[in-house]
Design a binder for this molecule. Sequence first.
Ligand SMILES: Cc1ncc(C[n+]2csc(CCOP(=O)(O)OP(=O)(O)O)c2C)c(N)n1
Ligand SMILES: [Mg+2]
Length: 563
Amino acid sequence: MQIGHNRKMTGAQCLADMFKGYGVTHIFHVPAVLRTTFAEMERRTDIKRLHVHGEKAAAYMADGYARASGRPGICMAQVIGALNLAAGLRDAWLAHSPVIAMTGGREPKTKFRKVYQEIDDMPAFEPVTKFNATIDDVARFPDMVRQAFRAAVTGCPGPVHLQFRGNEGQIDVEEADMEPLVEPLFARVPPFRPGADEGSVRAALKLLQDSARPVIIAGGGVRASGAQRDLVALAEALQIPVATSLNGKDAIAGDHPLSVGVAGTYSRESANRVVNAADLVCFIGSETGGMTTHFWAVPRIGTPAIQIDIDPEALGRNYPLQAAVNGDAKIVLAQMLKLADRSSAARRKDWVAQAQKTCADWKTKYKADLASNAVPIRPERLCAELTRHMPDDAIVVVDTGHAGMWMGGMYDLTSPNQSYLRSAGHLGWAFPAGLGAKCACPERPVVTFTGDAGFWYHIAEVETAARWNIAAVTVVNNNSGGNQSKRGFDRVYGGKQTDQARELWTFSKVNFARLAEDMGALGIRVEQPSAFPAALAQALASGRPAVIDVVTDIEALAPLAVV
Ligand SMILES: Cc1ncc(C[n+]2csc(CCOP(=O)(O)OP(=O)(O)O)c2C)c(N)n1
Ligand SMILES: [Mg+2]
Protein backbone atom coordinates (compact mmCIF):
# COMPACT_ATOMS: atom_id res chain seq x y z
CA MET A 1 0.00 0.00 0.00
CA GLN A 2 1.39 3.40 -0.97
CA ILE A 3 0.57 5.79 1.83
CA GLY A 4 3.29 8.39 1.52
CA HIS A 5 4.70 8.44 5.05
CA ASN A 6 7.13 5.59 4.73
CA ARG A 7 10.36 5.74 6.64
CA LYS A 8 13.21 3.33 7.14
CA MET A 9 12.58 1.24 10.20
CA THR A 10 12.98 -2.32 11.42
CA GLY A 11 10.12 -4.78 11.48
CA ALA A 12 10.44 -4.80 15.27
CA GLN A 13 9.98 -1.03 15.51
CA CYS A 14 7.08 -1.15 13.12
CA LEU A 15 5.33 -3.98 14.95
CA ALA A 16 5.82 -2.35 18.36
CA ASP A 17 4.38 0.92 17.05
CA MET A 18 1.44 -0.89 15.48
CA PHE A 19 0.62 -2.74 18.70
CA LYS A 20 0.63 0.58 20.48
CA GLY A 21 -1.53 2.12 17.77
CA TYR A 22 -4.11 -0.64 18.10
CA GLY A 23 -4.24 -0.14 21.87
CA VAL A 24 -2.73 -3.52 22.76
CA THR A 25 -2.06 -3.60 26.51
CA HIS A 26 -0.88 -7.21 27.08
CA ILE A 27 0.92 -9.90 25.12
CA PHE A 28 0.93 -13.49 26.37
CA HIS A 29 3.86 -15.59 25.20
CA VAL A 30 6.45 -18.27 25.78
CA PRO A 31 9.91 -17.20 24.56
CA ALA A 32 11.71 -16.97 22.35
CA VAL A 33 9.81 -15.24 19.64
CA LEU A 34 10.11 -11.77 18.10
CA ARG A 35 12.79 -10.90 20.65
CA THR A 36 13.77 -7.66 18.94
CA THR A 37 10.12 -6.62 18.88
CA PHE A 38 9.92 -7.24 22.64
CA ALA A 39 12.95 -5.00 23.15
CA GLU A 40 11.32 -2.30 21.02
CA MET A 41 8.04 -2.67 22.90
CA GLU A 42 9.94 -2.01 26.11
CA ARG A 43 11.48 1.15 24.61
CA ARG A 44 8.44 2.47 22.75
CA THR A 45 5.34 1.30 24.65
CA ASP A 46 3.86 0.37 28.05
CA ILE A 47 2.64 -2.99 26.80
CA LYS A 48 2.89 -5.71 29.44
CA ARG A 49 4.61 -8.80 28.05
CA LEU A 50 3.54 -11.76 30.15
CA HIS A 51 5.95 -14.62 30.07
CA VAL A 52 3.77 -17.63 30.92
CA HIS A 53 4.24 -21.34 31.49
CA GLY A 54 2.80 -22.82 28.32
CA GLU A 55 1.66 -21.76 24.87
CA LYS A 56 -1.85 -23.19 25.31
CA ALA A 57 -2.29 -21.11 28.46
CA ALA A 58 -0.98 -18.07 26.55
CA ALA A 59 -3.66 -18.60 23.89
CA TYR A 60 -6.37 -19.04 26.55
CA MET A 61 -5.25 -15.86 28.31
CA ALA A 62 -5.42 -13.96 25.03
CA ASP A 63 -8.85 -15.50 24.45
CA GLY A 64 -10.16 -14.45 27.87
CA TYR A 65 -8.73 -10.98 27.25
CA ALA A 66 -10.51 -10.79 23.89
CA ARG A 67 -13.86 -12.07 25.13
CA ALA A 68 -13.87 -9.77 28.15
CA SER A 69 -12.94 -6.64 26.22
CA GLY A 70 -13.94 -7.20 22.59
CA ARG A 71 -10.36 -6.24 21.66
CA PRO A 72 -8.04 -8.75 19.98
CA GLY A 73 -5.93 -10.74 22.41
CA ILE A 74 -2.34 -11.35 21.32
CA CYS A 75 -0.36 -14.53 21.98
CA MET A 76 2.98 -15.69 20.65
CA ALA A 77 5.25 -18.74 20.39
CA GLN A 78 8.46 -19.71 18.65
CA VAL A 79 8.34 -22.45 16.03
CA ILE A 80 8.55 -25.41 18.42
CA GLY A 81 5.65 -24.05 20.49
CA ALA A 82 3.48 -23.16 17.51
CA LEU A 83 1.17 -26.16 17.65
CA ASN A 84 0.73 -25.79 21.40
CA LEU A 85 -0.53 -22.32 20.56
CA ALA A 86 -2.72 -23.68 17.75
CA ALA A 87 -4.30 -26.12 20.22
CA GLY A 88 -5.18 -23.15 22.39
CA LEU A 89 -6.91 -21.37 19.50
CA ARG A 90 -9.48 -24.14 19.19
CA ASP A 91 -11.71 -22.74 21.93
CA ALA A 92 -11.39 -19.21 20.54
CA TRP A 93 -12.42 -20.56 17.16
CA LEU A 94 -15.46 -22.33 18.60
CA ALA A 95 -16.41 -19.23 20.59
CA HIS A 96 -15.76 -16.66 17.82
CA SER A 97 -13.15 -14.86 19.88
CA PRO A 98 -10.73 -12.46 18.14
CA VAL A 99 -7.32 -13.84 19.10
CA ILE A 100 -4.21 -12.97 17.08
CA ALA A 101 -1.54 -15.67 17.30
CA MET A 102 2.00 -14.91 16.12
CA THR A 103 4.63 -17.58 15.68
CA GLY A 104 8.13 -18.07 14.41
CA GLY A 105 8.39 -19.97 11.15
CA ARG A 106 10.75 -21.27 8.53
CA GLU A 107 13.56 -19.81 6.47
CA PRO A 108 13.18 -20.48 2.73
CA LYS A 109 16.92 -21.20 2.58
CA THR A 110 16.76 -24.15 4.94
CA LYS A 111 13.28 -25.60 4.92
CA PHE A 112 13.00 -29.36 4.20
CA ARG A 113 16.58 -29.83 5.48
CA LYS A 114 15.61 -31.18 8.90
CA VAL A 115 16.14 -27.95 10.73
CA TYR A 116 16.08 -28.47 14.49
CA GLN A 117 12.52 -28.28 15.94
CA GLU A 118 10.96 -27.40 12.60
CA ILE A 119 7.91 -28.72 10.77
CA ASP A 120 5.39 -26.99 8.54
CA ASP A 121 3.01 -25.55 11.12
CA MET A 122 0.71 -23.72 8.74
CA PRO A 123 -1.77 -26.55 8.04
CA ALA A 124 -2.46 -27.00 11.76
CA PHE A 125 -3.68 -23.43 12.03
CA GLU A 126 -6.11 -23.78 9.11
CA PRO A 127 -9.08 -25.27 10.99
CA VAL A 128 -8.84 -22.80 13.90
CA THR A 129 -8.33 -19.48 12.10
CA LYS A 130 -10.17 -17.07 9.81
CA PHE A 131 -6.89 -15.89 8.33
CA ASN A 132 -3.66 -17.90 8.39
CA ALA A 133 -0.69 -16.28 6.68
CA THR A 134 3.09 -16.13 6.47
CA ILE A 135 5.18 -12.97 6.47
CA ASP A 136 8.28 -13.55 4.38
CA ASP A 137 9.30 -9.97 3.57
CA VAL A 138 9.65 -7.37 6.29
CA ALA A 139 8.01 -4.74 4.09
CA ARG A 140 4.76 -6.70 4.53
CA PHE A 141 4.56 -6.12 8.29
CA PRO A 142 2.18 -3.14 8.07
CA ASP A 143 -0.39 -4.53 5.68
CA MET A 144 -0.36 -8.05 7.13
CA VAL A 145 -0.77 -6.87 10.70
CA ARG A 146 -3.64 -4.63 9.60
CA GLN A 147 -5.22 -7.57 7.80
CA ALA A 148 -4.85 -9.71 10.93
CA PHE A 149 -6.75 -7.17 13.05
CA ARG A 150 -9.33 -6.65 10.28
CA ALA A 151 -9.97 -10.38 9.90
CA ALA A 152 -10.12 -11.00 13.65
CA VAL A 153 -12.87 -8.48 14.39
CA THR A 154 -15.04 -8.25 11.27
CA GLY A 155 -18.20 -10.23 10.52
CA CYS A 156 -18.31 -13.17 12.88
CA PRO A 157 -15.06 -12.60 14.85
CA GLY A 158 -12.41 -15.29 15.27
CA PRO A 159 -8.73 -16.16 15.63
CA VAL A 160 -6.03 -15.39 13.07
CA HIS A 161 -2.43 -16.54 12.74
CA LEU A 162 0.63 -14.77 11.40
CA GLN A 163 3.82 -16.74 10.98
CA PHE A 164 7.00 -14.65 10.86
CA ARG A 165 10.04 -15.87 8.91
CA GLY A 166 12.71 -17.42 11.14
CA ASN A 167 12.16 -19.93 13.95
CA GLU A 168 11.95 -17.05 16.42
CA GLY A 169 10.57 -14.60 13.86
CA GLN A 170 14.02 -13.05 13.30
CA ILE A 171 12.68 -11.28 10.23
CA ASP A 172 11.79 -8.50 12.69
CA VAL A 173 15.45 -7.29 12.72
CA GLU A 174 15.34 -6.47 9.01
CA GLU A 175 14.70 -2.97 7.70
CA ALA A 176 12.39 -1.57 5.07
CA ASP A 177 10.62 1.66 4.18
CA MET A 178 7.40 1.30 6.14
CA GLU A 179 4.55 3.23 7.68
CA PRO A 180 3.21 1.72 10.94
CA LEU A 181 -0.30 2.85 10.06
CA VAL A 182 -3.14 1.37 12.10
CA GLU A 183 -6.90 1.39 11.59
CA PRO A 184 -8.53 2.04 14.98
CA LEU A 185 -11.83 0.89 13.47
CA PHE A 186 -10.51 -2.65 13.60
CA ALA A 187 -9.16 -2.46 17.14
CA ARG A 188 -12.36 -3.94 18.56
CA VAL A 189 -15.57 -5.88 17.92
CA PRO A 190 -17.80 -4.86 16.17
CA PRO A 191 -16.16 -2.51 13.67
CA PHE A 192 -19.38 -2.12 11.71
CA ARG A 193 -23.02 -2.25 12.67
CA PRO A 194 -24.95 -3.09 9.55
CA GLY A 195 -28.71 -2.64 9.87
CA ALA A 196 -31.04 -5.17 8.29
CA ASP A 197 -33.21 -4.78 5.26
CA GLU A 198 -36.51 -3.31 6.51
CA GLY A 199 -38.65 -5.93 4.81
CA SER A 200 -36.92 -8.72 6.74
CA VAL A 201 -37.26 -6.80 10.02
CA ARG A 202 -40.99 -6.31 9.46
CA ALA A 203 -41.45 -9.98 8.52
CA ALA A 204 -39.72 -11.16 11.71
CA LEU A 205 -41.64 -8.69 13.83
CA LYS A 206 -45.00 -9.71 12.37
CA LEU A 207 -44.33 -13.36 13.15
CA LEU A 208 -43.38 -12.53 16.74
CA GLN A 209 -46.37 -10.25 17.23
CA ASP A 210 -48.84 -12.75 15.78
CA SER A 211 -47.43 -15.61 17.80
CA ALA A 212 -49.11 -16.78 21.01
CA ARG A 213 -46.12 -18.70 22.41
CA PRO A 214 -42.85 -17.30 21.05
CA VAL A 215 -39.47 -17.63 22.74
CA ILE A 216 -36.19 -15.86 22.04
CA ILE A 217 -32.94 -17.83 22.22
CA ALA A 218 -30.13 -15.32 22.64
CA GLY A 219 -26.56 -16.36 21.83
CA GLY A 220 -23.04 -15.01 22.22
CA GLY A 221 -23.62 -12.67 19.28
CA VAL A 222 -25.75 -10.55 21.61
CA ARG A 223 -22.70 -10.00 23.83
CA ALA A 224 -20.39 -9.41 20.84
CA SER A 225 -22.76 -6.72 19.66
CA GLY A 226 -23.29 -5.25 23.14
CA ALA A 227 -27.02 -5.71 22.56
CA GLN A 228 -28.08 -7.05 25.97
CA ARG A 229 -30.19 -4.04 26.92
CA ASP A 230 -31.81 -3.82 23.47
CA LEU A 231 -32.71 -7.50 23.68
CA VAL A 232 -34.37 -7.07 27.07
CA ALA A 233 -36.19 -3.95 25.84
CA LEU A 234 -37.70 -5.85 22.89
CA ALA A 235 -38.62 -8.85 25.05
CA GLU A 236 -40.35 -6.52 27.52
CA ALA A 237 -42.15 -4.54 24.82
CA LEU A 238 -43.59 -7.66 23.21
CA GLN A 239 -43.66 -9.86 26.34
CA ILE A 240 -41.56 -12.72 25.00
CA PRO A 241 -39.72 -15.14 27.32
CA VAL A 242 -35.95 -15.30 26.76
CA ALA A 243 -33.79 -18.39 26.92
CA THR A 244 -30.08 -18.12 26.16
CA SER A 245 -27.37 -20.34 24.85
CA LEU A 246 -24.60 -21.16 27.33
CA ASN A 247 -22.40 -18.67 25.47
CA GLY A 248 -25.16 -16.05 25.62
CA LYS A 249 -25.99 -16.50 29.32
CA ASP A 250 -25.27 -12.84 30.07
CA ALA A 251 -27.74 -11.63 27.43
CA ILE A 252 -30.33 -11.25 30.21
CA ALA A 253 -30.04 -11.35 34.00
CA GLY A 254 -31.26 -14.60 35.52
CA ASP A 255 -33.66 -12.82 37.87
CA HIS A 256 -35.45 -10.94 35.08
CA PRO A 257 -39.16 -11.96 34.98
CA LEU A 258 -38.85 -12.99 31.30
CA SER A 259 -35.65 -15.02 31.74
CA VAL A 260 -36.17 -18.79 31.61
CA GLY A 261 -32.52 -19.91 31.76
CA VAL A 262 -29.96 -21.58 29.55
CA ALA A 263 -31.38 -23.92 26.91
CA GLY A 264 -29.72 -26.94 25.35
CA THR A 265 -27.40 -29.54 26.81
CA TYR A 266 -25.64 -27.75 29.71
CA SER A 267 -28.92 -26.12 30.60
CA ARG A 268 -31.76 -25.50 33.01
CA GLU A 269 -34.87 -27.62 32.82
CA SER A 270 -37.19 -24.59 32.70
CA ALA A 271 -35.49 -23.23 29.57
CA ASN A 272 -35.81 -26.49 27.65
CA ARG A 273 -39.44 -26.89 28.70
CA VAL A 274 -40.33 -23.37 27.59
CA VAL A 275 -38.47 -23.71 24.28
CA ASN A 276 -40.18 -27.00 23.52
CA ALA A 277 -43.61 -25.57 24.36
CA ALA A 278 -43.09 -22.56 22.07
CA ASP A 279 -44.85 -22.14 18.73
CA LEU A 280 -42.12 -19.86 17.37
CA VAL A 281 -38.41 -19.64 18.19
CA CYS A 282 -36.38 -16.51 17.48
CA PHE A 283 -32.61 -17.11 17.51
CA ILE A 284 -30.52 -13.97 17.93
CA GLY A 285 -26.72 -14.19 17.52
CA SER A 286 -26.70 -17.96 17.94
CA GLU A 287 -25.12 -20.65 15.80
CA THR A 288 -28.07 -22.95 16.58
CA GLY A 289 -25.39 -25.57 17.25
CA GLY A 290 -25.57 -28.89 19.08
CA MET A 291 -24.88 -27.56 22.59
CA THR A 292 -27.52 -24.82 22.40
CA THR A 293 -30.23 -27.07 20.96
CA HIS A 294 -29.37 -30.31 22.73
CA PHE A 295 -28.45 -31.72 19.35
CA TRP A 296 -31.48 -30.21 17.62
CA ALA A 297 -34.04 -31.59 20.04
CA VAL A 298 -34.63 -28.21 21.79
CA PRO A 299 -36.35 -26.85 19.78
CA ARG A 300 -37.27 -29.77 17.56
CA ILE A 301 -36.47 -29.38 13.88
CA GLY A 302 -39.70 -28.23 12.26
CA THR A 303 -40.56 -25.71 14.98
CA PRO A 304 -41.29 -22.42 13.20
CA ALA A 305 -38.16 -20.28 13.51
CA ILE A 306 -36.74 -16.81 12.90
CA GLN A 307 -33.06 -15.99 12.99
CA ILE A 308 -31.14 -12.74 13.34
CA ASP A 309 -27.40 -12.91 12.69
CA ILE A 310 -24.44 -10.85 11.51
CA ASP A 311 -23.24 -13.86 9.49
CA PRO A 312 -25.53 -14.56 6.52
CA GLU A 313 -24.23 -18.12 6.29
CA ALA A 314 -25.60 -18.87 9.76
CA LEU A 315 -29.15 -18.05 8.72
CA GLY A 316 -31.16 -21.25 8.40
CA ARG A 317 -28.23 -23.62 8.86
CA ASN A 318 -30.09 -25.93 11.23
CA TYR A 319 -33.69 -24.71 11.34
CA PRO A 320 -35.68 -23.79 8.23
CA LEU A 321 -36.65 -20.16 8.69
CA GLN A 322 -39.86 -18.20 8.31
CA ALA A 323 -37.83 -15.00 8.47
CA ALA A 324 -34.08 -14.46 8.10
CA VAL A 325 -32.63 -11.16 9.27
CA ASN A 326 -29.03 -10.29 8.47
CA GLY A 327 -27.48 -7.55 10.54
CA ASP A 328 -25.86 -6.45 13.77
CA ALA A 329 -27.94 -7.58 16.76
CA LYS A 330 -27.99 -4.19 18.48
CA ILE A 331 -29.10 -2.33 15.36
CA VAL A 332 -31.65 -4.96 14.32
CA LEU A 333 -33.17 -5.04 17.81
CA ALA A 334 -33.43 -1.23 17.76
CA GLN A 335 -35.07 -1.43 14.32
CA MET A 336 -37.57 -3.95 15.68
CA LEU A 337 -38.26 -1.95 18.82
CA LYS A 338 -39.02 1.14 16.77
CA LEU A 339 -41.61 -0.69 14.70
CA ALA A 340 -42.96 -2.90 17.49
CA ASP A 341 -46.69 -3.03 18.16
CA ARG A 342 -46.73 -3.13 21.96
CA SER A 343 -50.46 -3.82 22.04
CA SER A 344 -49.77 -7.32 20.74
CA ALA A 345 -48.15 -8.16 24.09
CA ALA A 346 -51.57 -8.85 25.63
CA ARG A 347 -51.82 -11.91 23.38
CA ARG A 348 -48.98 -13.52 25.31
CA LYS A 349 -50.17 -12.98 28.88
CA ASP A 350 -51.02 -16.64 29.46
CA TRP A 351 -47.82 -17.79 27.80
CA VAL A 352 -45.63 -15.58 29.97
CA ALA A 353 -47.51 -16.84 33.05
CA GLN A 354 -46.89 -20.42 31.88
CA ALA A 355 -43.16 -19.72 31.41
CA GLN A 356 -42.93 -18.15 34.85
CA LYS A 357 -44.70 -21.12 36.41
CA THR A 358 -42.19 -23.44 34.69
CA CYS A 359 -39.35 -21.38 36.21
CA ALA A 360 -41.00 -21.44 39.65
CA ASP A 361 -41.37 -25.23 39.39
CA TRP A 362 -37.66 -25.51 38.66
CA LYS A 363 -36.82 -23.44 41.74
CA THR A 364 -39.05 -25.61 43.91
CA LYS A 365 -37.48 -28.79 42.53
CA TYR A 366 -33.92 -27.68 43.36
CA LYS A 367 -34.65 -25.58 46.46
CA ALA A 368 -33.25 -28.13 48.89
CA ASP A 369 -30.05 -28.71 46.86
CA LEU A 370 -29.45 -24.98 46.38
CA ALA A 371 -29.73 -24.49 50.15
CA SER A 372 -28.01 -27.74 51.18
CA ASN A 373 -25.82 -27.64 54.28
CA ALA A 374 -24.20 -30.96 53.37
CA VAL A 375 -20.49 -31.54 53.90
CA PRO A 376 -18.68 -32.17 51.57
CA ILE A 377 -20.36 -29.20 49.95
CA ARG A 378 -22.96 -29.66 47.22
CA PRO A 379 -22.06 -27.80 44.00
CA GLU A 380 -25.67 -26.54 43.80
CA ARG A 381 -25.15 -24.70 47.10
CA LEU A 382 -21.86 -23.29 45.83
CA CYS A 383 -23.66 -21.93 42.75
CA ALA A 384 -26.39 -20.42 44.92
CA GLU A 385 -23.78 -18.67 47.07
CA LEU A 386 -22.11 -17.31 43.93
CA THR A 387 -25.47 -16.00 42.70
CA ARG A 388 -26.04 -14.25 46.03
CA HIS A 389 -22.59 -12.76 46.48
CA MET A 390 -21.25 -12.03 43.00
CA PRO A 391 -20.29 -8.35 42.68
CA ASP A 392 -22.60 -6.27 40.50
CA ASP A 393 -20.01 -5.73 37.75
CA ALA A 394 -18.22 -9.10 37.87
CA ILE A 395 -16.92 -11.04 34.91
CA VAL A 396 -17.71 -14.69 35.59
CA VAL A 397 -15.49 -17.16 33.71
CA VAL A 398 -16.53 -20.81 33.68
CA ASP A 399 -14.86 -24.04 32.62
CA THR A 400 -16.54 -26.88 30.78
CA GLY A 401 -17.78 -30.28 31.88
CA HIS A 402 -19.57 -30.25 35.18
CA ALA A 403 -18.40 -26.68 35.79
CA GLY A 404 -20.34 -25.65 32.69
CA MET A 405 -23.35 -27.72 33.70
CA TRP A 406 -23.47 -26.52 37.31
CA MET A 407 -22.98 -22.87 36.49
CA GLY A 408 -25.03 -22.89 33.29
CA GLY A 409 -27.96 -24.48 35.08
CA MET A 410 -27.76 -23.45 38.72
CA TYR A 411 -26.11 -20.03 38.74
CA ASP A 412 -27.92 -16.78 37.97
CA LEU A 413 -26.53 -13.44 36.91
CA THR A 414 -28.29 -10.81 38.98
CA SER A 415 -27.32 -7.64 37.12
CA PRO A 416 -27.06 -6.53 33.49
CA ASN A 417 -23.57 -5.27 34.39
CA GLN A 418 -22.27 -8.78 34.96
CA SER A 419 -20.61 -10.75 32.17
CA TYR A 420 -20.43 -14.50 31.73
CA LEU A 421 -17.73 -16.18 29.64
CA ARG A 422 -17.62 -19.92 29.21
CA SER A 423 -15.31 -22.54 27.79
CA ALA A 424 -16.58 -23.61 24.40
CA GLY A 425 -15.64 -27.19 25.28
CA HIS A 426 -12.01 -27.34 26.40
CA LEU A 427 -11.37 -28.48 29.93
CA GLY A 428 -8.78 -26.23 31.57
CA TRP A 429 -9.67 -23.12 29.58
CA ALA A 430 -11.26 -21.10 32.35
CA PHE A 431 -8.38 -20.47 34.76
CA PRO A 432 -5.98 -18.88 32.23
CA ALA A 433 -8.91 -17.22 30.43
CA GLY A 434 -9.93 -15.63 33.72
CA LEU A 435 -6.42 -14.24 34.11
CA GLY A 436 -6.64 -12.80 30.59
CA ALA A 437 -10.05 -11.28 31.35
CA LYS A 438 -8.61 -9.60 34.45
CA CYS A 439 -5.71 -8.19 32.39
CA ALA A 440 -8.25 -6.73 29.93
CA CYS A 441 -10.58 -5.33 32.61
CA PRO A 442 -8.48 -4.72 35.74
CA GLU A 443 -11.18 -2.52 37.27
CA ARG A 444 -13.79 -5.30 37.21
CA PRO A 445 -13.89 -8.27 39.60
CA VAL A 446 -13.18 -11.53 37.80
CA VAL A 447 -14.45 -14.76 39.35
CA THR A 448 -13.52 -18.01 37.64
CA PHE A 449 -15.32 -21.29 38.36
CA THR A 450 -13.49 -24.52 37.51
CA GLY A 451 -13.40 -28.14 38.56
CA ASP A 452 -10.19 -29.60 39.95
CA ALA A 453 -9.39 -31.49 36.74
CA GLY A 454 -9.85 -28.23 34.86
CA PHE A 455 -7.61 -26.39 37.31
CA TRP A 456 -4.80 -28.95 37.12
CA TYR A 457 -4.27 -28.26 33.40
CA HIS A 458 -2.67 -24.85 33.83
CA ILE A 459 -2.04 -24.67 37.57
CA ALA A 460 1.47 -23.38 36.89
CA GLU A 461 -0.11 -20.08 35.86
CA VAL A 462 -0.83 -19.34 39.53
CA GLU A 463 2.83 -18.32 39.60
CA THR A 464 2.25 -16.06 36.56
CA ALA A 465 -0.77 -14.50 38.27
CA ALA A 466 1.28 -13.85 41.40
CA ARG A 467 4.28 -12.48 39.45
CA TRP A 468 2.11 -10.02 37.52
CA ASN A 469 -0.38 -9.54 40.36
CA ILE A 470 -3.37 -10.50 38.24
CA ALA A 471 -6.03 -10.30 40.93
CA ALA A 472 -8.56 -12.75 39.51
CA VAL A 473 -10.41 -14.98 41.98
CA THR A 474 -10.54 -18.67 41.08
CA VAL A 475 -13.11 -20.92 42.74
CA VAL A 476 -12.17 -24.58 42.45
CA ASN A 477 -15.04 -27.04 42.78
CA ASN A 478 -12.66 -29.63 44.22
CA ASN A 479 -14.04 -33.14 44.35
CA SER A 480 -10.65 -34.78 43.68
CA GLY A 481 -11.75 -36.22 40.39
CA GLY A 482 -13.28 -35.55 37.02
CA ASN A 483 -16.67 -36.64 38.22
CA GLN A 484 -18.53 -35.63 35.09
CA SER A 485 -17.02 -38.84 33.76
CA LYS A 486 -18.68 -40.92 36.49
CA ARG A 487 -21.96 -41.48 34.64
CA GLY A 488 -20.15 -42.60 31.49
CA PHE A 489 -18.06 -45.14 33.38
CA ASP A 490 -21.11 -46.36 35.32
CA ARG A 491 -22.67 -47.06 31.96
CA VAL A 492 -19.77 -49.02 30.47
CA TYR A 493 -19.45 -51.12 33.62
CA GLY A 494 -23.12 -52.06 33.37
CA GLY A 495 -24.29 -49.75 36.15
CA LYS A 496 -21.69 -50.44 38.85
CA GLN A 497 -18.03 -49.62 38.56
CA THR A 498 -15.24 -51.81 39.88
CA ASP A 499 -12.92 -50.23 42.44
CA GLN A 500 -10.29 -50.04 39.76
CA ALA A 501 -12.60 -48.16 37.45
CA ARG A 502 -12.30 -45.10 39.64
CA GLU A 503 -8.63 -44.95 38.60
CA LEU A 504 -9.98 -43.71 35.29
CA TRP A 505 -11.52 -40.51 36.66
CA THR A 506 -10.31 -39.76 40.19
CA PHE A 507 -7.19 -38.01 41.51
CA SER A 508 -5.47 -37.82 44.87
CA LYS A 509 -6.82 -35.27 47.32
CA VAL A 510 -4.85 -32.04 47.06
CA ASN A 511 -5.22 -28.76 48.91
CA PHE A 512 -5.13 -26.15 46.16
CA ALA A 513 -5.19 -23.30 48.67
CA ARG A 514 -1.85 -24.46 50.01
CA LEU A 515 -0.38 -24.86 46.53
CA ALA A 516 -1.59 -21.37 45.64
CA GLU A 517 0.04 -19.91 48.75
CA ASP A 518 3.32 -21.60 47.85
CA MET A 519 3.21 -19.94 44.44
CA GLY A 520 2.59 -16.48 45.89
CA ALA A 521 -1.20 -16.19 45.59
CA LEU A 522 -3.83 -16.00 48.30
CA GLY A 523 -5.20 -19.45 49.06
CA ILE A 524 -8.38 -20.12 51.03
CA ARG A 525 -9.75 -23.58 51.76
CA VAL A 526 -13.52 -23.89 52.26
CA GLU A 527 -14.99 -27.04 53.76
CA GLN A 528 -18.28 -25.71 55.19
CA PRO A 529 -20.89 -24.13 52.93
CA SER A 530 -21.49 -21.30 55.37
CA ALA A 531 -17.81 -20.29 55.12
CA PHE A 532 -17.95 -19.55 51.40
CA PRO A 533 -19.34 -15.96 51.42
CA ALA A 534 -16.59 -14.70 53.73
CA ALA A 535 -13.95 -16.49 51.64
CA LEU A 536 -15.23 -14.86 48.46
CA ALA A 537 -15.35 -11.44 50.12
CA GLN A 538 -11.81 -11.85 51.43
CA ALA A 539 -10.51 -12.97 48.05
CA LEU A 540 -12.18 -10.09 46.21
CA ALA A 541 -10.95 -7.53 48.74
CA SER A 542 -7.37 -8.84 48.76
CA GLY A 543 -6.32 -7.24 45.47
CA ARG A 544 -4.25 -10.37 44.87
CA PRO A 545 -4.71 -13.44 42.75
CA ALA A 546 -6.73 -15.80 44.91
CA VAL A 547 -7.65 -19.47 44.81
CA ILE A 548 -10.67 -20.60 46.83
CA ASP A 549 -10.44 -24.34 47.16
CA VAL A 550 -13.94 -25.63 47.87
CA VAL A 551 -14.15 -29.25 48.99
CA THR A 552 -17.22 -30.71 47.29
CA ASP A 553 -19.09 -33.98 47.02
CA ILE A 554 -17.63 -36.37 44.45
CA GLU A 555 -20.98 -38.16 44.18
CA ALA A 556 -22.85 -34.98 43.12
CA LEU A 557 -23.89 -35.26 39.49
CA ALA A 558 -25.35 -32.35 37.54
CA PRO A 559 -28.86 -32.91 36.17
CA LEU A 560 -29.03 -33.96 32.53
CA ALA A 561 -30.86 -31.97 29.91
CA VAL A 562 -34.60 -32.55 29.65
CA VAL A 563 -36.20 -32.78 26.24
C1 LIG B 1 -9.51 -30.86 26.50
C2 LIG B 1 -10.57 -31.73 27.06
N1 LIG B 1 -10.32 -33.01 27.36
C3 LIG B 1 -11.27 -33.79 27.89
C4 LIG B 1 -12.53 -33.30 28.13
C5 LIG B 1 -13.61 -34.22 28.70
N2 LIG B 1 -14.02 -33.84 30.04
C6 LIG B 1 -15.11 -33.08 30.26
S1 LIG B 1 -15.39 -32.82 31.87
C7 LIG B 1 -14.06 -33.76 32.33
C8 LIG B 1 -13.73 -33.92 33.78
C9 LIG B 1 -13.96 -32.68 34.56
O1 LIG B 1 -13.43 -32.75 35.84
P1 LIG B 1 -13.39 -31.50 36.80
O2 LIG B 1 -12.87 -30.31 36.10
O3 LIG B 1 -12.71 -31.91 38.05
O4 LIG B 1 -14.94 -31.23 37.06
P2 LIG B 1 -15.98 -32.20 37.81
O5 LIG B 1 -16.69 -32.95 36.73
O6 LIG B 1 -15.23 -33.11 38.71
O7 LIG B 1 -16.87 -31.26 38.54
C10 LIG B 1 -13.41 -34.25 31.21
C11 LIG B 1 -12.20 -35.09 31.26
C12 LIG B 1 -12.76 -31.95 27.77
N3 LIG B 1 -13.95 -31.36 27.90
N4 LIG B 1 -11.77 -31.18 27.28
MG1 LIG C 1 -13.57 -32.58 39.79
